[in-house]
Ligand binder design. Structure first.
Ligand SMILES: *Cc1c(COP(=O)(O)O)cnc(C)c1O
Length: 438
């Protein structure tokens, strides 16, 4: 592309990826298997059958490099994919940087984040397996709204346990889920044994993702027509998100750029990071690039930078398989920072494995730094990023400033995982000076 003012590359629908990319096929060492919580032995596909449909279990363990995206899912992706990819000319100018900054924007999806990429796939494979009801947890509500949207397309019912602090503090999100037809309750709730036990033990708790997962898992396990659905962390979720990185690689090339020097993405459970980064990591592994990939996590839930790499449960009631991951422990209840999607205690086993092998780097960002970056970005680019995405932007801005000081012009790519239109109360709190520096 020869126009130096070119600002975005919007691909044609015919250029949308036809397959999901499975990093496991290309990793130098195999990632550790998930373990059965009772026997501590590698999980057998049948162990997951009460919770997940066969296709998703297969995707959880497969070593195939490419998994074809079913036509029905591909057709629904057309509603928002391919997603746009921008050169951040105005952000570069605002920073006075010598770096060339690009960003991939997932906020134009129906619910304003990358989460629909997996929600539609999960609802579809559950439908194929005859599951008519899905249960899930949600923190800030992005995953819940994505699954609420996806299930109504396939005529399934959807029951969502939302972390109480978010349910009460961010009511717009449950209005959105309810608009799509889902039932939403605050967790811990009275509807499950796990919820009742947690309420008795911690009467004042504001909830956590670990607690909400326990409730949703229990509800699915007790209903033969139901499946549980997880919005991040697991291998099949990371897999579905790889449409992001495949598109971004092509879009960067269409801008006339060579390989990226840096890639920044925020990391909660790790799915948007995996989604954008794994196709770039493949370029590294095959010797075509040397991109430094940086996971940006919140200082309030620093699983990669301060957690321990060990087998751990995904939930508070210890109902999930044991996952080898960087974890702060399933009882960890983080400070009530605004980036609700980043408050999870663990990290995707695939992302954890890559980090452990030195294929990725990580940095922890404080909430005030994240929002400062988000406001600079909003004013320059006109897009108000999700609270979570602000962490990636803060990491990238820091790198751009270092490059400017060194007189270098690296290509920096940012994964902007979502829109912040429903996070505006957090922005208002930041602008008024009332935000805690957690
Ligand atoms: C859920 C969410 C995240 C965090 O989840 P990951 O699985 O780490 O991607 C980040 N950004 C947005 C906008 C989200 O909705």
């Amino acid at each position: 592309m020869s126009d130096p003012k070119q600002t975005k590359v919007v691909l044609d629908e015919s250029q949308m990826p036809t397959h999901w990319y499975n990093i496991v096929a290309d990793l130098p060492t195999p990632p550790p298997p998930h373990l059965h919580p009772g026997t501590q032995q590698p999980l057998q596909p049948d162990d997951l059958a009460p919770l997940f449909p066969p296709a998703l279990i297969e995707q959880e363990v497969t070593t195939e490099r490419w998994i074809e995206i079913p036509a029905e899912v591909h057709d629904i992706y057309r509603l928002w994919r391919p997603s746009p990819f921008y050169r951040a000319h105005r952000l570069e100018k605002a920073l006075g940087t010598t770096a060339r900054i690009y960003y991939k924007y997932e906020g134009a999806s129906p619910v304003g984040s990358h989460k629909t990429n997996s929600a539609v796939a999960q609802a579809y494979f559950n439908k194929v397996a005859g599951r008519t009801r899905l249960t899930t947890e949600t923190g800030a509500g992005q995953w819940g709204s994505a699954l609420a949207f996806a299930t109504q397309i396939f005529g399934q019912s959807c029951d969502i346990w939302q972390v109480r602090s978010s349910y009460e503090g961010k009511p717009y999100r449950h209005y959105l889920m309810e608009t799509f037809g889902a039932s939403v309750v605050a967790s811990p709730s009275e509807l499950t044994e796990a919820g009742r036990a947690l309420r008795e033990q911690f009467p004042d708790t504001t909830g956590s993702l670990g607690m909400a997962i326990s409730e949703a898992v229990e509800a699915a396990a007790k209903d033969p027509n139901a499946s549980y659905s997880l919005g991040s962390v697991l291998n099949h979720v990371a897999l579905h998100q790889t449409v992001i990185g495949q598109e971004a690689l092509l879009q960067l090339k269409l801008f006339g750029e060579g390989p990226a020097d840096y890639l920044f993405a925020c990391a909660g459970g790790g799915s948007n990071l995996a989604g954008i980064a794994f196709p770039f990591l493949r370029e590294n592994l095959e010797g075509r690039a040397e991109t430094t990939i940086v996971a940006c996590e919140p200082k309030a839930a620093p699983s990669l930078t301060e957690g321990e790499y060990k087998y751990d449960f995904g939930d508070t009631a210890h109902l999930t398989p044991l996952l080898k991951m960087y974890s702060l422990g399933p009882d960890f209840v983080p400070a009530a920072v605004h980036a609700g999607g980043l408050r999870y205690h663990g990290m995707s086993p695939l992302v954890s494995h890559c980090y452990h092998e030195g294929l990725l780097q990580a940095t922890a960002i404080k909430q005030l730094d994240a929002f400062e970056a988000g406001v600079i970005f909003s004013r320059a680019e006109g897009i108000v990023p999700a609270s979570e995405s602000n962490h990636a932007i803060a990491g990238a801005i820091r790198q751009a400033r270092l490059a400017t000081e060194a007189g270098e012009s690296p290509v920096i790519v940012i994964g902007v995982s979502g829109s912040g239109q429903l996070d505006l109360p957090a922005y208002a709190e930041f602008l008024s000076g009332g935000m805690a520096d957690s």
